[in-house]
Each structure stands twice: as structure tokens, then as C-alpha cells.
Design a protein around this ligand. Structure first.
Ligand SMILES: [Zn+2]
Length: 381
């Protein structure tokens, strides 16, 4: 029995018993206001890419904070989702890439990565508020394991309303058209693609599978170096932002390439050298030659990451189990309320974040390949 989520009613219906949630296949998935915010972002990222004076950087910092406030605290930050979708595109089969491009709205300009944060941009909009619980799944306090039946519900107890339920739901919507060879789409497949791509990213953020009592770290106030923030936001944004500035010249494309080559071994360097400056200098100096030492990066892990048991098209449950386990071992550890998180935390957690981004990308590609090109294995990048 395949489940799907009804947009208007809070309840979940089944395909057998209910009228399917149906909308026109439309391209109007983004408001003009959010497009304007997008343009401002592009402008800021462009400026940030140029060498700026101290004053310029301060201004950018303030502008970023303001924009963050407008966007709210939502899932991997924009950079995280961008990185996951960009990596996924590199592993799509020809058929899957063609299907994705066909479904993308025009303003995505043929690039899935440009619209992977769309579900975060609309979730506070009145009409889309029902999608808010679909970005995460919480476990009972201090339980470091995940169980679908116990955990996948919203705060009102409505079953299947969580990130893993949503991944199953949107996969089913896409499959119903691409594999059951029905002539007319029952669902808005553009929205289904964007939701699926976003939620596969979210389920890989360890604190998107956190404890109920602290809302996945949202209520744990900490300092990230000097800035006051919360633990959830550290994992959504701050670790990635600090890594971009410290190691990758504020260039997300450089960071993505580095992740794909599995460069980052910060923690072992940090242990070796003991202080931040030597560690950072060493990492910078070895970046260009690192590939020689690790020619395969994570490529040995790729096939285990992309496979699903029992020939399933999508398998979000093990991803959620990994996330809560990482949340307990790394995210919550040494991050009690009021803690200042600095170099120790940053350099030891960054490899976890980078690995989760890589896994998110590979698994999103594998899922889309299975949906759009059944029976075909993941393409080589
Ligand atoms: Zn999200």
C-alpha cells in the first residue's frame, strides 16, 4: 500500500481509499519575492568572491545574517543543499538527467542545484506551512536510534509526516508517472522532484534526526566562535560557512570538488600539529597534491552508499539511522547549552559534514536514476 500526503487535510490517505492529491503540472513553484532574494544572494556571493576590504566583509556578514533571518533556520543551509544537488547531477544517467531537466522550472536554468533550497523558501508561507514537519524526524529524548513507526509523525501525531515519510511519498509520486506508464500525471511532478531532492539532503544532516525535546538542537543556544547561535544552525550552516572561508576561498565550487576528491582530513592534521594555524597551513599546502595520496577518495564507498536493500527505489530509513547515530556521537557531544564551540569542534566535525554531503549527493543521484531509468545502475561521473 503506497502512502501519499494530502496537501490540505492533515491526515494521510492511501492510494486505495482516497482521492489523490492532484495539481496541475505547473512551473509556478516560486514567488517573485523569493526570486528577488535569490538575486540578492547571487550578488552577495559574487561580491564575496572578489577580494574585499575589511569593511566590505563586515557588510557582507551583516547582509548574510539579515537574509538568513528572512529565510529562517531551515535544513542544510543554501550551500549544503546546493552542494548535494550539484554533486548528484554529476552522477545522473543520461535518461535521468533529461527527465530532471524536463521537470525543472525555467528559472532553474537547467540546473537542479539552483532550486534545491526551494522547499525551505516556501515552508513559512501560509499555503505551504503543512510541509514544515517534512524536513526532519525527531526521536524520543536521548534515544540514539531511529524507528519509522515510532518516530515518523508530526507534532500532532499524524503518521508518515516526517522527512523519511516525505521521501517515500515523493518517490512514489514520480514513479507513478515514470514507471507505471500512466498517460497523465496525477501529481505536480516538478514539486515532487524539488521536494525529493531537498529532503534526501535534509535526512543526511545529523540534527535533522535529533531529539524531540531540543527540536534537533534548535533550542540549544551555543556560541560559534564569537557568534551567538544554536546547535542546529551550526550544523545547517556554520560549519560549512567556516569551511568555505577557511579552506576554500569562499568558493562553493572549490569545496564541492574537494569533497568529491575526499581531501579533508582536518582532524588527523589537527591532532598531529595541535594548533590551528599549522593545521590550516598544512591542509592548504597539501590540497593540490592530496589527490596523489588518495586517488580513489570515497569511490570505494560509492557502491555501498548508492545501493538499497530488497531492490527498493529509495531507502531513507538507514540514512535517518546514520544521522541520529552521528548526532549522538558528534553533534550533541561537548555542545551543551552555553558552550562556545571553536576550533576543536569545527575541525573534528567538518569531515563528518563533508561525508554527509557526499553521501547525500550520491544517494540522491542513485534514487533519481532508479526512478527515471529503472534497472540501470548509477552512471560514472
Ligand atoms: Zn529543509
Amino acid at each position: 500500500m503506497v502512502m501519499y500526503l494530502n496537501r490540505n487535510a492533515v491526515m494521510v490517505q492511501t492510494l486505495d481509499s482516497g482521492e489523490p492529491y492532484r495539481r496541475q503540472l505547473g512551473k509556478s513553484v516560486k514567488t517573485r519575492a523569493s526570486l528577488t532574494v535569490e538575486k540578492i544572494w547571487v550578488f552577495i556571493i559574487y561580491i564575496a568572491g572578489m577580494r574585499m576590504s575589511g569593511f566590505g566583509l563586515l557588510w557582507i556578514g551583516r547582509a548574510l545574517v539579515l537574509l538568513q533571518l528572512f529565510n529562517g533556520v531551515l535544513g542544510w543551509g543554501k550551500e549544503g543543499h546546493y552542494a548535494i544537488c550539484k554533486m548528484a547531477e554529476g552522477y545522473l544517467t543520461e535518461d535521468a538527467l533529461a527527465a530532471v531537466k524536463e521537470l525543472l522550472p525555467d528559472y532553474a536554468e537547467g540546473d537542479l542545484a539552483n532550486v534545491c533550497s526551494w522547499p525551505d523558501e516556501i515552508r513559512n508561507n501560509f499555503h505551504w506551512r503543512w510541509t514544515s514537519p517534512l524536513h526532519y524526524v525527531d526521536t524520543p529524548d536521548f534515544k540514539c536510534n531511529y524507528e519509522y513507526c515510532r518516530d515518523c509523525h508530526d507534532s500532532g501525531g499524524h503518521k508518515d509526516r516526517c522527512v523519511t515519510g516525505a521521501i517515500n511519498n515523493y518517490t512514489m509520486q514520480l514513479k507513478s508517472f515514470y514507471q507505471d506508464s500512466v498517460s497523465e500525471a496525477k501529481y505536480n511532478l516538478t514539486e515532487a522532484l524539488l521536494f525529493l531532492s531537498h529532503f534526501i539532503g535534509d535526512v543526511h544532516q545529523p540534527l535533522h534526526v535529533g531529539f524531540t525535546g531540543d527540536e534537533g538542537g534548535n533550542t540549544i543556544t551555543v556560541r560559534w566562535f564569537r557568534r551567538k547561535t544554536n546547535l542546529h544552525h551550526v550544523w545547517d550552516n556554520m560549519i560549512i560557512e567556516s569551511a568555505l572561508k577557511t579552506f576554500y576561498g569562499s568558493d562553493i565550487a572549490v569545496m564541492i570538488k574537494a569533497i568529491q576528491r575526499n581531501f579533508t582530513v582536518c582532524f588527523s592534521f589537527f591532532l598531529l600539529y595541535g594548533d590551528r594555524d599549522t593545521t590550516i597551513t598544512h591542509i592548504r599546502e597539501t590540497l593540490p597534491t592530496k589527490k596523489k595520496h588518495q586517488p580513489d577518495g570515497w569511490s570505494n564507498d560509492k557502491s555501498s552508499w548508492e545501493s538499497c536493500k530488497y531492490n527498493q527505489t529509495v531507502c531513507p530509513d538507514p540514512y535517518a539511522s546514520e544521522s541520529i547515530s552521528l548526532a549522538c556521537k558528534f553533534a550533541y557531544r561537548n555542545a551543551t547549552p552555553g558552550t562556545t564551540l571553536g576550533d576543536d569542534y569545527f575541525l573534528s566535525r567538518l569531515p563528518i559534514v563533508e561525508k554527509r554531503l557526499a553521501q547525500g549527493g550520491i544517494r540522491l543521484a542513485a534514487t533519481l536514476n532508479r526512478i527515471f531509468t529503472p534497472q540501470i545502475k548509477i552512471a560514472d561521473a
